[in-house]
Design a protein around this ligand. Structure first.
Ligand SMILES: Nc1ncnc2c1ncn2[C@@H]1O[C@H](COP(=O)(O)OP(=O)(O)O)[C@@H](O)[C@H]1O
Ligand SMILES: O=C(CO)[C@@H](O)[C@H](O)COP(=O)(O)O
Length: 498
């Protein structure tokens, strides 16, 4: 049985799974932490990937590897293939002004937003790579001057696995290209004019591969630490991808949300809600989305189709923060939340702890409304944190449905789905039955399934079905969302130096 590997280089950690290509059976796995912060030196992701690969028993026996990763992050490389500055991540809001400028340049108000939605499927917010390039050009001209190529976290890791054989061999896939702001899911082509508008000049960008197209071969020396450190990225010394003489096939990879959708096998009528560092709500669609309100991003998926998606900046870490405030662990937080009644007797948490992207409020802070003597308890606060985070995602569910998504059930994934409170309260807030696959790494699994498709060949990917899903149903409680809708309009912005 051939083995394949999938990598999830996400915001908080790197996870590697090794699975049987034909059956999908998990053979071994590993993980390693990423540093905190909204700008990160990509070499930290490379170290974490190597540690996670080691923990997963290495890749010497796998036939193919694919890397999925956090979307949007700006990795800038110089002519020699060296990283120019730490990557600005999807949750870094410093380019919010640049996003507003880019929209304004395309037309006032609705016209500007409509232009971007039509051109690249999404209206830029600070998360999108194009806005980060504009920020770099305006704020760090010396760094900007050195940039020869721009790519995304998963593109860069795939390239390093290939031995970093030169900027012309950078590869990406449709799903991650669709989060840049300069590639159109509808036409499948780069919009170099928009890249140039954002940055002021043209840059080299990765070639966009189809769902089961190989990005080259794994350079065994890259993981052994010989080739890349001795020769350095961008040199010709370690060129397995070019020669085809290396180890396992490298898949095109994917953005982490597209990989999760592929990993759980989402079908028409399924909406996936992922509660990781980001909260995302998305479905698989046959045609591209173009929402001029900017709420739904019109991404591409990992199978050749499309992935309309709503993303929030505040998800699992809202629970981490609430647990920290209450000085309890995450399991105790869930118990506390479930011990309070639905609606927390009117206590509402608006969870804009990192500012927010949807709605677009990069400078907002979180708030708690409805404090009374009765609601001033740990249980009420725990419940309000879970409900507030879920209400923000439920708004995303509405937006997706308004764009034509069919919603029959919600598939809940991500670290936050491990919370018993999230699983049980979600159907009350969403108003749909919620299916929770067994705890697992669905982004890494999606990448592994892509690698299996590559290794086995054929026009369709192998069908791996997660066994043992649990279904949660509950009577919807609309009052939770009604009160949240009042509260979310009332928040303070960050103090000037916040
Ligand atoms: N039992 C749990 N209850 C609530 N949150 C959890 C639980 N287990 C993990 N998490 C949270 O999940 C998050 C990590 O989820 P993950 O999907 O791996 O994130 P990312 O992909 O963004 O790195 C962390 O913030 C962690 O606290
Ligand atoms: O910005 C988005 C989607 O547009 C985020 O979903 C990132 O892709 C980060 O994902 P996680 O690390 O939270 O899984």
């Amino acid at each position: 049985m051939p083995l394949v590997a999938g990598v999830d280089s996400s915001t908080q950690s790197c996870k590697v799974v090794v699975r049987d290509a034909e059956t999908g059976t998990l053979v071994r796995q590993g993980r390693a932490a990423h540093p905190d912060g909204t700008e990160v030196d990509p070499t930290a992701w490379w170290s974490a990937l190597r540690t996670a690969v080691d923990a997963a028993g290495g890749l010497a026996d796998v036939a193919a590897v694919s890397v999925a990763g956090q979307q949007h992050g700006m990795v800038c490389l110089d002519e020699a293939g060296e990283v120019v500055r730490p990557a600005l991540l999807w949750n870094d809001t410093r380019s919010a002004g640049a996003a507003a400028e880019l929209i304004e340049e395309a037309g006032a108000g609705e016209a500007g937003r409509r232009f971007w939605a039509d051109a690249v499927g999404s209206v830029p917010v600070a998360s999108f790579t194009a806005t980060k390039l504009r920020w770099l050009a305006r704020n760090e001209p010396a760094n900007a001057e050195r940039v020869a190529a721009v790519c995304l976290p998963h593109d860069w890791l795939t390239w390093r696995l290939a031995g970093a054989p030169g900027l012309d061999t950078l590869r990406t896939d449709r799903s991650d290209a669709s989060g840049t702001g300069y590639w159109s899911p509808a036409t499948g082509e780069y919009r170099f004019d928009l890249l140039e508008q954002a940055f002021g000049r043209r840059l080299r960008v990765p070639t966009v591969l189809g769902p089961a197209e190989a990005a080259g071969h794994l350079d065994p020396a890259a993981l052994a630490g010989a080739g890349t450190s001795a020769a350095g990225p961008g040199t010709a010394a370690s060129g397995a991808a070019l020669s085809g003489a290396g180890g396992a096939l490298l898949g095109p990879g994917a953005g982490d949300n597209a990989a999760a959708g592929f990993g759980v096998g989402a079908r028409l009528g399924d909406v996936v809600v992922s509660i990781g560092t980001s909260g995302t709500v998305f479905s698989v669609a046959d045609s591209p989305a173009a929402d001029p309100s900017g709420i739904v991003a019109g991404f591409a998926d990992a199978t050749g189709r499309f992935l309309p998606l709503v993303a929030t900046l505040n998800a699992a870490r809202v629970l981490d923060a609430a647990a920290g405030l209450l000085r309890v662990g995450l399991d105790e937080l869930a118990e506390l939340a479930l011990s309070a009644s639905p609606g927390a007797d009117g206590l509402v948490m608006v969870p804009y702890l990192e500012g927010e992207r949807t709605p677009n409020r990069p400078d907002a802070t979180g708030s708690v409304h409805g404090l009374t003597l009765r609601t001033s308890t740990p249980a009420h606060l725990a419940r309000a944190a879970v409900e507030g985070m879920l209400c923000a995602l439920a708004d995303g569910l509405d937006a997706l449905a308004a764009q034509g998504a069919v919603v029959r059930r919600v598939i809940l994934v991500g670290g936050g789905a491990r919370s018993a409170a999230v699983r049980r309260i979600a159907p009350q807030v969403f108003g749909y039955p919620v299916v929770v696959p067994p705890p697992g790494e669905y982004v890494a699994d999606g990448a592994a399934r892509q690698a299996a498709w590559l290794a086995l060949g054929g026009s369709e990917p192998p069908s791996w079905t997660p066994a043992g899903t649990e279904e949660y149903a509950a009577v919807p409680v609309p009052a939770i969302r009604e009160r949240y809708a009042q509260a979310r309009e009332r928040h303070l912005d960050r103090p000037a130096q916040g």
